[in-house]
Design a protein around this ligand. Structure first.
Ligand code: ADP
Ligand code: MG
Length: 625
């Protein structure tokens, strides 16, 4: 009976953490053991290059996986550097004395070799799924082989064993299944393949497994002897190849496989940086939003790899919210892999990469806008709303990043236009950038207030999303031009002559306006004369505060009922319209009916419902009789 040795105090604590799972996904144990195997092969190869072993061929290195359902064991075997008795004891019995870290320090000058593990906790993750772990290892050279064995926190044993080949074999006896955890899944070939694909696809050495019997059967005829060995990983990451070597279809296929999209991406970005920030990135702009994109459960992020191993599936920190629609992969050698690789949040390297990517994505979208406007419209239809929300949520702070990417339908152009395009076309006499809100560009074009602007040759941006007008208020101005809603009371359009005429009419029609205001009561704040209209008798405008459209959006928010969020309503009467002439001299109840009809008419034209349909209809009847 070999003597039982105790784990060091820290190790026991770590082991405890592992058994009670520091990682959210127990499945990552396989990634850890495969990484270790890959590191071990790197080390053996490195020492051979330094003149240790001779006759080694890098092509013969491999990591083999074997599942035995009867024995309930999963074995991970490598032909890497192996460990002698002392190393088994210190590397696996002591935490934070990571052999890989020592090795890395030792070869600081080597530069050409990268080692995934930097903290000695990976191995213990196997205790999340295994009740017994046996590590059989043999180093190159004359040493004998040794077996390390542990059932968990109470210690481990170490004794000589038989092992022919150099390398390490790790045999996990999986825990019994419980109601919550099905550990047996790690014996299923499909599951193992899935995990290798997900986490270790780009390990540089083949990860192999024997094909299962049933897979070999072909039309009932069993192939004879010799089990077929399958390599589960693809070994060379597409993002490490140079752009010129990768065909467009390859990018598209990789995207579809990796991100489970039926459609090819709209745009592919293959970027890399060296120096202070060191990474390679392969990013995709999807053609369609995922079904849950605007829902709560959508998870943004990029896949993060370090040294050929996936360390995070959705690294949120790499993508700003405004570009949350991007999919892709980032690979960086010099990430500090801390104890839980799922916690890279505070990593400065990650933050630096994110900053880089943000600029690159912006540049890519701007290039799409400049080079292929049709495609950009396509992108914008799907994701434009996200850009607007992000800009709004940043209180306009992301103006430099996002403003150039916005586009809106316009009253004078076929397709949507950017602010820059709008401003470049402004006639000399035009001082402001005008916008109007409504259901559609067509409806906005028909607004009474629009007529006058169109006559002057002024373009109006059509805002059709709920967020738009709020965004305009936050942006306030673009390219030194104030953003102005055409429903604001003062548009500053009249010439001197008109101004004089208005002033005069304000006095002359005073009693009429007052009487109409009285008839309308709280519905309007005032009734005033206007020359801003052409063929329409009336329109509704609001002050510079919230507009009718904003009121509608705010009131439609859950829980907003009854809150004091009302737009000011000003009823403007067109003094050049025959109806205005008709109003002169009318008073009493008839004037009340007229006022009501005109008010509701203005609402209708703005795209709002009549306030009291019964009263509206009664007023019409009274006037017809
Ligand atoms: P890390 O990989 O971060 O160093 P691990 O807990 O995963 O930490 O492994 C601890 C140490 O055990 C490694 O640094 C390495 O020296 C040794 N080791 C683990 N697996 C193997 C293996 N398959 N072959 C050789 N050495 C190994
Ligand atoms: Mg490790």
């Amino acid at each position: 009976m070999p003597e039982k040795k105790q784990f060091q105090a820290e190790s026991r604590r770590m082991l405890d953490l592992m058994i009670h799972s520091i990682y959210t996904h127990k499945e990552i144990f396989l990634r850890e053991l495969i990484s270790n195997a890959s590191d071990a092969i790197d080390k053996r190869y490195y020492h051979a290059l330094k003149g240790g072993e001779t006759g080694l061929d890098r092509g013969e290195f491999a990591i083999d996986l074997t599942a035995d359902k009867e024995a309930r064991t999963l074995t991970i075997r490598d032909n890497g550097c192996g460990m002698d008795a002392g190393e088994l004891e210190s590397n696996l019995g002591t935490i934070a004395r990571s052999g890989s870290l020592d090795f890395k320090n030792e070869i600081e000058d080597a530069g050409d070799i990268d080692v995934i593990g930097q903290f000695g906790v990976g191995f213990y993750s196997a205790f999340m799924v295994a009740e017994e772990i046996r590590v059989r290892s043999r180093k190159a050279g004359p040493d004998a082989a040794f077996e390390w064995y542990s059932e968990g926190a109470d210690g481990f044993t170490l004794e000589p064993c038989e092992k022919e080949d150099v390398g390490t074999e790790i045999i996990l006896k999986l825990k019994a299944d419980t109601d919550d955890e099905h550990y047996g899944q790690f014996l299923e070939a499909y599951r193992i393949k899935e995990l290798v694909k997900r986490y270790s696809d780009y390990i540089r050495y083949p990860i192999r497994m024997a094909k299962e019997k049933s897979e070999e059967e072909d039309g009932g005829e069993e192939k004879d002897a010799g089990t077929e060995i399958e390599t589960l990983n693809s070994m060379s990451p597409i993002w490490r190849r140079s752009k010129s070597e990768v065909a467009e279809e390859e990018y598209a296929q990789f995207y579809k496989d990796t991100f489970r999209d039926m459609e090819a991406p709209l745009r592919v970005m293959h970027a890399s940086a060296e120096g202070a920030v060191d990474y390679r990135a392969l990013l995709f702009l999807p053609a369609k939003a995922p079904y849950n994109y605007y829902g709560k459960d959508f998870e943004k992020g990029l896949k993060l790899y370090s040294g050929g191993v996936m360390i995070m599936e959705h690294c949120k920190e790499l993508l700003p919210d405004c570009f949350s629609f991007m999919r892709g992969v980032v690979d960086s050698q010099d990430l500090s892999l801390n104890i839980s690789r799922e916690m890279l949040q505070q990593d400065r390297q990650v933050a630096a990469i994110a900053k880089h990517l943000e600029k690159k994505i912006k540049a890519e979208l701007k290039a799409l806008l400049d080079e292929d406007r049709e495609a950009y419209h396509g992108f914008y239809k799907v994701f434009g709303l996200n850009l607007k929300y992000a800009l709004y949520a940043s209180y306009g702070m992301q103006r430099d990043l996002l403003l150039e990417l916005l586009e809106f339908p316009s009253t004078t152009q076929e397709g949507p236009v950017t602010f820059a395009e709008y401003v470049s076309r402004m006639p000399e006499a035009q001082k402001h950038v005008y916008y109007a809100t409504g259901e559609s560009a067509a409806q906005i074009k028909r607004l009474p207030q629009c007529e006058r602007l169109t006559d002057l040759g002024f373009e109006v941006l059509c805002l059709t999303d709920d967020i738009d007008e709020f965004l305009m208020k936050i942006l306030w101005q673009v390219e030194d031009k104030e953003l102005k809603s055409i429903s604001e009371a003062d548009l500053d359009l009249e010439n001197e002559e008109e101004k004089a005429k208005l002033e005069q009419e304000k006095q002359a029609g005073k009693s009429l306006f007052e009487a109409m205001k009285e008839a309308l009561g709280d519905k309007v704040s005032q009734v005033v004369p206007t020359t801003r209209l052409k063929s329409h008798p009336v329109c509704l405008t609001s002050g510079t505060g919230i507009s009718l459209e904003m009121e509608r959006v705010l009131q439609s928010q859950p829980g907003a009922e009854g809150l004091p969020m009302k737009a000011e309503r000003v009823l403007e009467l067109n003094i050049n319209h025959p109806i205005y002439a008709k109003l002169q001299g009318i008073e009493g109840e008839v004037l009340g009916d007229y006022a009501n009809l005109l008010y509701n008419q203005a609402l209708l034209i703005e795209g709002f419902p009549v306030e009291d349909p019964v009263e509206f209809s009664n007023a019409i009847c009274r006037l017809m009789l």
